[in-house]
Ligand binder design. Sequence first.
Ligand code: NZQ
Ligand code: ZN
Length: 394
Amino acid sequence: MENFDFQASTNILFGKGQVSRLPEVLATYGKKVLITYGGGSIKKNGVYDDVMNVLGKDFELYELSGVEPNPRLTTVEKGVALCREHNIDVILSLGGGSTIDCSKTIAAGTFYEGNPWDLMGNGQLVEKALPIVTILTLAATGSEMNGGAVITNMATKEKLSFGSRLVVPKVSILDPTYTFSVPSYQTLAGSSDILSHLFENYFNQTPNTMVQDGIAEGLMRAVYHYTPIALENPHDYDARANLMWASSLALNGLTGSGKKGAWSCHAIEHELSAYYDITHGIGLAIVTPRWMMHVLNEETAPRFAAFGHRLFDLPLNSESPMETAKQAIQKVYETSKAWGVPMTLGEVGIDDSLLEEMATQAVKHSAISTDGYVPLSVEDVVSIYKQSLTEMTF
Ligand code: NZQ
Ligand code: ZN
C-alpha cells in the first residue's frame, strides 16, 4: 500500500426530512446565500419549495439557475460575478454533480484573480474558497463528499477537472426521497458512474490493498443489488438510500487512498462528453467493458477472475483464470444492457469521425499512457472507442 493522507471532512446529514437542519447549518457561515441549481428538476419535485419554506426570511438569498449537465465555464463565470457583487457568505448547491461541481469552481473562482479555467489541473492555485453546503438530488458522482470538480469549456471542447481540499462541501444533506424523481436514464447513469469510480480504484497497479478492495466490493454489490430495484420502483426508499450512500463512499477517498495510478475509463469518457455533450455515466457504461477486454491479459486475468468470483459468484479456477475473467467482463456488459443502458456509441449519437482526435486528447489530458492499470497509447484508446461502436460478442 502507498502512503496516504485521508480526510473525509464533510458533515453528512442523511435521511428523510434532514432539510429542516438547513437554517442552523447555513447560519454558521453567514446570511448571504447563493443558491445554485440546474434546469428546474428541483422546482418539480419539491426540493426548492422545501428549502424556501425552511429558510423563511432569515437569509438574503441570491440564485444561479440553469447549471447545465456537464457544467460550462460560462456559468461558473456568472456565479463568480454574483458572489463578488453581493459579497456572498456561503453557496447552497441543490442538485447533482454538475451543480455541485459548478458551485465548487465558483467558490474557488471568487477569490482567484485570473479566469477560473486556470484552476483546471491546478488545484494548488486555490488559496481560499467560499464554504459550500449541498443538498444532493442524484446519486452518482460523489461530488457531495469530495474536493473534485469537472468543468466543460465549450470554446475549446475541453472537459477538465481540479481538486482542492478547500472546496470539499462543509455539509451535505442526503435525503433519499429527493432522488425518487430521478428518471430511469439518470438512475442508470448514476449507478454506472458509482460502479466506475469503484472499478477505477479496484483495477489498479498497487497490490495488497485488501481493506480498500473489500470496501469497494461491498459497495459494488449494493449498486448491483439496488439499481434494478430503483428502476422498477423509483420510490423504494431503501434502494435510493443505498445508492445515495454508495455514491458518496465510492469517491470520498475510502477506496482510492493508498493506491496510485490514473483512471482510464474516466479519461476516455471525458472526451466523449467534451465533444458530444453526452451523459457521463452512460459514456462510462459503454466504455468500461471494452476497456476491461482491452486490458485483459495473462497478468490482469487473475484480478478480473477474482472480481467475477466475488461479485457474480463465478467459479474460480486459479490455474486458468482467463475464462472466468472473460465471463466477469461479459457480466458487466450484460448487466448494463439488461438494465436498459444504451451500450453502443451510435445509440448516443457518436460516430467514428473524431475517434483519433478524442483519443489524442484523452492521452494528453491524463496520465493513462504511463500510470493506467495497463498503460494506454493513443492507438489503444482508438481501439477501445472502435470496439464501443458495435455490440460486444462473447
Ligand atoms: O438540471 P436539472 O433540471 O436539475 O436535472 C438534472 C440533470 O438534467 C437531473 N436531475 C438531478 N436530480 C434530479 C434530476 N431529475 C429529476 N429528479 C432529480 N432528483 O439529472 C440530470 C443530470 O444531472 P447532473 O448533475 O449532470 O448529473 P451527475 O450527478 O451525474 O453529474 C455529472 C457531472 O459530474 C461530473 C461529470 O463529469 C459530469 O459533468 N463528475 C464529477 C465528479 C466529482 N466532482 O467528483 C466525478 C465524476 O466522475 C464526474 O466526472
Ligand atoms: Zn465519474
